[in-house]
Every structure is written in structure tokens, then in C-alpha cells.
Design a protein around this ligand. Structure first.
Ligand code: CA2
Length: 148
């Protein structure tokens, strides 16, 4: 049996447009660039990197991670501000969960200040652009090692 750690990196709605629109807010890296940064940061660990525009698909993938992953990183995008379903799904996990945002929602419009994900997460990384994904992978690996 392999002891390679598996880290799920899930991305919510509109993040497929990264690098194409609004680079002044979200940067110039595409999601494919960010995936590569995660793979490099993960070293021997395996990254499962996905994006969807659909809330229920995110719920399905979170449930899948219960069986398949040692840690989960999620940029829920706008669903972080709206989704009780994501909160409930994340609360079922016993692995480390890292909420991630490229921007710092607390420094933006008031409707971005509340997150349904934060209260189900182990920790939150926000405001560091694409580099935040590498920080999140490092944080996930640290948490996985602590639990080993
Ligand atoms: O800063 C983040 O990572 C966010 O999760 C991004 C979400 C936003 O709703 C959250 O408040 C903070 C928006 C993702 C939209 O992604 C786009 C990417 C390129 C162009 C347009 C939208």
C-alpha cells in the first residue's frame, strides 16, 4: 500500500477565468499555472486539483475527499459567502481543511466579509494571490505530518 499523502485542492465558481479577466484583483496566473505551483510545492505528496462552477459538485468532491485525501484546500470563491451546504459538507471531514482566497475578502465589500467555510476550516489563508496556494499546500503538509 502507498503512504503518499493526497491533498485535494478544490476551486469554486469563476476561478476558471483566472489570468483572463480582472488581473488587477486576482493576478495574471491561470488556474493551470496555479495547479503547477501546487504540484511543485507538494513534493512527494499528490495533488488532486479541480475547479467547478457548481455548488453540488463541490459538495460531491468534499464527500469524496473524506475517503481519498489526507488534507483539503478549498477556494470556495463566492460560495464561501453563501453556502450552508459547503459548511455542512466540510464539517463531516476529520482531515485538515484550509480555506484559501487569492484576495483578502475582509478588505473588500461587506458582502464578502462573512464566510460559511471559515467556521468549518482548520485555518484560513487570504490576500497573497497565487502564492497563497503554495502556502496552503505547505500548511496542509505540516498538519498531515503533525497527525502522522
Ligand atoms: O479572492 C478569492 O480567491 C475569492 O475567493 C474570489 C472570488 C470572490 O467571490 C471571493 O470573495 C474571494 C471570485 C472568484 C472570481 O474569479 C474570477 C477570476 C478572474 C476573473 C473574474 C473572476
Amino acid at each position: 500500500m502507498s503512504d503518499t499523502s493526497v491533498i485535494y485542492v478544490l476551486n469554486g465558481p469563476n476561478l476558471n477565468l483566472l489570468g483572463v479577466r480582472e488581473p488587477e484583483i486576482y493576478g495574471r496566473d491561470t488556474l493551470a499555472d496555479i495547479e503547477q505551483r501546487c504540484v511543485t510545492a507538494a513534493g512527494d505528496a499528490r495533488i488532486v486539483f479541480r475547479q467547478t462552477n457548481h455548488e453540488g459538485v463541490l459538495v460531491d468532491w468534499i464527500q469524496e475527499a473524506r475517503e481519498s485525501a489526507q488534507a483539503l484546500i478549498i477556494n470556495p470563491a463566492a460560495y464561501g459567502h453563501t453556502s450552508v451546504a459547503l459548511h455542512d459538507a466540510l464539517k463531516t471531514l476529520s482531515i485538515p481543511v484550509i480555506e484559501l482566497h487569492l484576495s483578502n475578502p475582509a478588505a473588500r465589500e461587506a458582502f464578502r466579509h462573512h464566510s460559511y467555510v471559515s467556521s468549518a476550516a482548520t485555518g484560513v489563508i487570504a490576500g497573497f494571490g497565487a502564492a497563497g496556494y503554495e502556502l496552503a499546500v505547505q500548511a496542509a503538509l505540516t498538519k498531515v505530518r503533525e497527525r502522522a
